[in-house]
Design a binder for this molecule. Sequence first.
Ligand code: CP
Ligand code: NVA
Length: 310
Amino acid sequence: MAVNMKGKDLVSIHDLSREEVEQILDTTHVLKMKQKLAEIYHPLKGKTLGMIFQKSSTRTRVSFEVGMFQLGGHALFLSANDLQLNRGETIADTARNLSRYLEGIMIRTFSHQDVVELAEYSSVPVINGLTDLLHPCQVLSDLFSIREKKQNLDGLKLVYIGDGNNMAHSLMFGGAKMGMHVVICSPSGFEPDPEITRLSRLDAANSGATITIQDDPRKAVNTADIIYTDVWASMGQEEEHEERLKSFSEYQVNRPLIENAKDDVLVMHCLPAHRGEEITDEVIDGPHSIVFDQAENRLHVQKAIMALVM
Ligand code: CP
Ligand code: NVA
């Protein structure tokens, strides 16, 4: 039975039901097939998505804009620096105004609370394109990529090695929703947010998933189906980069590490990668890596999200 998601915001995977996540993944499959067959499909004809960016982006910006075009709609790039938001107009007033012109808003920003507030005051759906806390579109795309390769998600062991950041948090929420065993392996002082851990364990209790936090990469990857990593210093943490290189030096995803996992382990990274830091060239360009499939699937998953909510 299809779940009606029209008008729904996508701020966090924790807010979605398992049925809604499954519907996004199933719709993605259909839209990806249509695209591969060059079938014209314009469910969003005449609709416009505004895309507010307060941080840089390659994949998110291009995949949302191209996705909107392929669905027959239009996407508008709104640099936060050029909006009145930058001169003190409130988030609430920005939301009220943009809702009069647009059928959907995508936002990438620092404070997660800003996205929550934008969604609260907007009468059109708001899609989180990354905050300091979460990156739900990336993880929905990652769940789709894993399902494509492994056929299902239930019971798979996903080991994330690195900073307990927005990616770690959304992987915890996504894995918990879908019955996966998520292990977050971070150095002391860089563990995930305790509230995200608590909430993801609530979801895990319903799905049969487990959420484990530990600090030994070699032990963590034992029997892993998926090894995931991300940059050690996220956007906004550039000045901590040098210091973090020291803290994370034992947390690199390299060949000796992946040899401890299953023979058919998938290696994943949301990108952009800092090659030679969190992951070696040999591994990111090697046979286990699916990083560019992940990047492609951003397009298909976000088209599904927009077609379902807008
Ligand atoms: N993975 C991701 O969100 O990439 P961008 O920062 O390039 O959008
Ligand atoms: N953790 C990274 C993810 C980039 C897609 C960042 O926030 O910069």
